[in-house]
Structure formats: structure tokens, C-alpha cells
Design a protein around this ligand. Structure first.
Ligand SMILES: O=C(O)C1=C[C@@H](OP(=O)(O)O)[C@@H](O)[C@H](O)C1
Ligand SMILES: C=C(OP(=O)(O)O)C(=O)O
Length: 427
């Protein structure tokens, strides 16, 4: 597909609902008791896979095209699925669902697409096994399809996380809600905390002190009415686009600002980007942001900042190609086990467009102020790589061709429509 280019960007975009929160809203609605209503659900492939997985497990979920209505069945009300559940491209669905299903006495097998079936699962299988679950990967490997069940009540554990991962933390928390005793998790670095927040929101008990989480077991949750804020990980593409395409001004409405997710704003402000906040909606934790093109300088991104920008690193790499100086991204080995190896795919595709970028063992080194030019690029079937390349293409004077643009539908089905609307030509 031919990508869109532009002389400048201007307009207002309503940011699509947060993918992480949308997944969890279905999960909590299903395992709580009573009615849950979800406003502003993300109808993108990944979250629809979560919705269908719970329907397959016997949970009544109804989409009235405005809201999602769930009749929660409690952990005890989940029923065996008729066949293997395929969760497509979604790592979050598979890992969190393993934590939920770890406490069921019936067996479930979860599979995914070619990418997900190569992503590591030992990170969740190990702690779940310690809690008493039986979890096995394909041919006794750690890779999906993964089969899960338990023969006895799960037991609480104390777990020092070897990696910073909200998916691993959440899988343990879902299992711990069903376990006997108090589970203690010590995070390596603080990662997104939506699961912890939603345990409280659904009437559960949890204690969080910096990196230590204490969760009592045998809890029952109660259905809620909730609204999903906009996804800062989707907004990131427009924040960067507005900053790097000259003479641009973009208004982004309903951007979720959970502090465990706002690393992109910290990084961009550090680099000199012009981002203003208006209309903060305290209740929803969202705000309207206005981004304008500006002169940028290089930075270093590392350590505890990494989990707060993990999904934004490909688009930050593009941002760095336009900054003065050399940007270094380190401590980001986790990028290697996303939908693609994002260290490699980011470097490989941006190089095709003339970027001065090198992959390292744990990140990227990007020399800035390069002119990006036309090329034939590929998303490698990774939504975030595809969207990053569309933003890069805005800067190319001649057309850029993208292979596998359809991957973008897993998180942002109308992405190209929004870009087309923002992209303006000088008359
Ligand atoms: O918990 C979540 O919703 C997510 C956690 C992150 O993964 P890890 O926990 O593997 O870092 C992130 O990359 C993913 O897009 C969504
Ligand atoms: C890594 C991602 O998602 P998941 O792990 O759920 O596939 C992502 O959306 O960038």
C-alpha cells in the first residue's frame, strides 16, 4: 500500500480507547459477579479476541454497538470451551488468561497466530506452576499452544519478578485472587498498574507500596460500570508526527495519563517537544494534548523509564532520527519478544529510508538530523512497526510503499483515516 505524505499536519483526533484497559475490562467483568457495562470499548482485533475468548468460556457478553454488557460469572462460573481458544496476535490476552484459567479444574488450550506462537510463556508458566497450576507448552516447550488447569486450590506465593512485565504481574495477580493466602509480588521495575487499579475498582483488596504488591486470596469481585480512556500508546504516533512534520499543530482528545504510561511525554519534553495540556478530566484520568512541531535534541532512555515507554520505543526511534545529536536506548531487551523483535525491525526498516540507526544487544543508537527518503518497507505484521513507518513516510517527498499494512487493525483499525484527515498540502 502507498503511504500518505504531507506538507504539514493540522486537526483534532479523538484517541482510540486504551488496549490494556479494554482487555482488562472484559476480564474483570467476566470474573466479577453481576453486571458490568463498558463504555468506550476498543473494537480492535486484540480486544475482540479477549471478548470472544470469554464468550467461549461461557460468559454472557453482549455488544449493543454502543456499550459492552457482561453478566459476570465469578471465577467459579467459567465453563470449559468446546475447542482450543485462538487469541490471534494478542500476548496480553494469552498471558493474563493463563493466570485466570490457572485456578480452573477443567483444561483449556490457548493458541495464537504465527507471531504469538513464538513468544515466550515460561515467564508466566513458572510462577503459575509455583502456585500449583499445571501449565504445559507445545511439545513441553514454553511456546503456545499452552494448556492450563489445576487439580487443587492454588496457593499464594512470594515472587521476585526477574523481568519488568505488567503481563506477568497481572497473570500472577489473577491467579492470586483465587489462591489460598496472601501473595506478595516484588517488581523489578514498576510496570503499568491497570490490573492493580481495577482490582480496587471492582471492589477487591490490594496493597501497593512502590515495587511491592500484597494481594489476599479467595476474593470475590463485583461488576462495575466503567469508561475506557484513550490509549497514550496510540496517541504517541500523533505526538511524534506533530513534533517532526514542520508547521504542524495537532490536538489529541481523551489521552489517558496514568503515570505508569506517560514516559513518552517525559521523553518528548526532555527532547524539547512542544506539548500542552488542556481540559484534564480528573475522573477519567485523561486530558486533551496539543502538540506543535519543534526543534528537538537527543536523549538517553534507560532503566526505570523503559517499562513506561516500552511500546513507544519504535516511534521514539523515529523521533530521534529528527533530533540534534545521538539518542541512545538501552535496557530494552524486552523489545526482542514483542510481536516482532522490535530492535531489529525498527532498525532494519528505518535504515531502508536512510536513517542512521544501529541495533545493539539491549536497544538502539540513533544519529539524528537525517533526511528520510522513499523506500519499500514492511510492517513485518507488527502493528506498531506499521504505524511508525506511516509516520516516517509523512516526511518523505516521494511515495513510500508499506507491505502488510493490515497488521495495524490489532490496535487501531481507523489509523489511516485519521492520518489522511490530518495530512495537509500547501495550496
Ligand atoms: O499488560 C499489558 O497490557 C501490556 C504490557 C506490556 O507487555 P509486557 O508485560 O510483556 O512488558 C506491553 O508491551 C503490552 O503491549 C501490553
Ligand atoms: C506488545 C504489544 O501487545 P501484546 O503483548 O498484547 O501482543 C503491543 O501492543 O505493542
Amino acid at each position: 500500500m502507498k503511504l500518505i505524505n504531507a506538507d504539514y499536519l493540522q486537526g483534532t483526533v479523538e484517541i482510540p480507547p486504551d488496549k490494556s484497559i479494554a482487555h482488562r475490562s472484559i476480564m474483570f467483568g467476566a470474573i466479577a459477579e453481576g453486571q458490568t457495562t463498558i463504555h468506550n470499548f476498543l473494537r480492535a482485533e486484540d480486544c475482540l479476541n479477549t471478548l470472544q475468548a470469554f464468550q467461549a468460556l461461557g460468559v454472557p457478553i453482549y455488544d449493543d454497538k454502543k456499550n459492552i454488557r457482561i453478566t459476570g460469572v465469578g471465577f467459579a462460573g467459567l465453563k470449559p470451551a468446546n475447542s482450543i481458544i485462538n487469541v490471534g496476535n494478542s500476548g496480553t490476552t494469552m498471558r493474563l488468561l493463563l493466570g485466570i484459567l490457572a485456578g480452573t479444574t477443567f483444561e483449556t488450550t490457548l493458541s495464537g497466530d504465527a507471531s504469538l506462537n513464538q513468544r515466550p510463556m515460561a515467564r508466566v508458566m513458572d510462577p503459575l506452576k509455583q502456585m500449583g497450576a499445571e501449565v504445559t507448552g507445545n511439545n513441553h516447550s514454553e511456546f503456545p499452544p499452552v494448556t492450563v488447569k489445576t487439580n487443587a486450590k492454588l496457593q499464594a506465593i512470594e515472587y521476585h519478578m526477574p523481568i519488568a512485565s505488567a503481563q506477568v504481574k497481572s497473570a500472577i495477580l489473577f491467579a492470586a485472587l483465587q489462591a489460598e493466602g496472601v501473595t506478595k509480588i516484588i517488581e523489578k521495575e514498576v510496570s503499568r498498574n491497570h490490573t492493580e487499579e481495577m482490582i480496587t475498582q471492582f471492589g477487591g483488596k490490594i496493597q501497593v507500596k512502590q515495587k511491592t504488591i500484597m494481594l489476599p486470596g479467595s476474593q470475590r469481585l463485583k461488576g462495575q460500570e466503567l469508561r475506557v480512556p484513550g490509549d497514550i500508546s496510540s496517541a504517541a504516533f500523533f505526538l511524534v508526527a506533530g513534533a517532526i512534520v514542520p508547521n504542524s499543530k495537532i490536538t489529541l482528545k481523551n489521552v489517558g495519563l496514568n503515570p505508569t504510561r506517560t514516559g513518552i511525554i517525559d521523553v518528548m519534553q526532555e527532547m524539547g517537544a512542544d506539548i500542552q495540556f488542556t481540559q484534564t478530566d480528573q475522573k477519567n484520568g485523561a486530558a486533551t494534548l496539543i502538540v506543535k512541531s519543534s526543534e528537538l535534541k537527543a536523549t538517553t532512555i534507560e532503566g526505570s523509564l523503559i517499562p513506561r515507554v516500552i511500546d513507544e520505543l519504535p516511534i521514539i526511534a523515529l523521533l530521534a532520527t529528527q533530533a540534534e545529536g545521538t539518542t541512545v536506548i538501552k535496557d530494552a531487551q524486552e523489545l526482542k519478544v514483542k510481536e516482532t523483535n522490535r530492535i531489529d525491525t525498527t532498525a532494519q526498516e528505518l535504515k531502508k529510508m536512510g536513517a542512521n540507526i544501529a541495533a545493539t544487544d539491549d536497544g538502539l543508537v540513533i544519529k539524528g538530523k537525517t533526511t528520510l527518503h522513499t523506500a519499500k518497507v514492511s510492517s513485518h505484521n507488527d502493528h506498531r512497526i506499521g504505524m511508525m513507518l506511516q509516520i516516517a513516510a509523512l516526511l518523505s517527498r516521494r511515495d513510500v510503499e508499506l507491505e502488510n499494512p493490515e497488521a495495524i487493525a490489532v490496535s487501531y483499525p481507523h489509523f489511516f483515516q485519521d492520518i489522511k484527515y490530518l495530512a495537509k498540502r500547501k495550496c
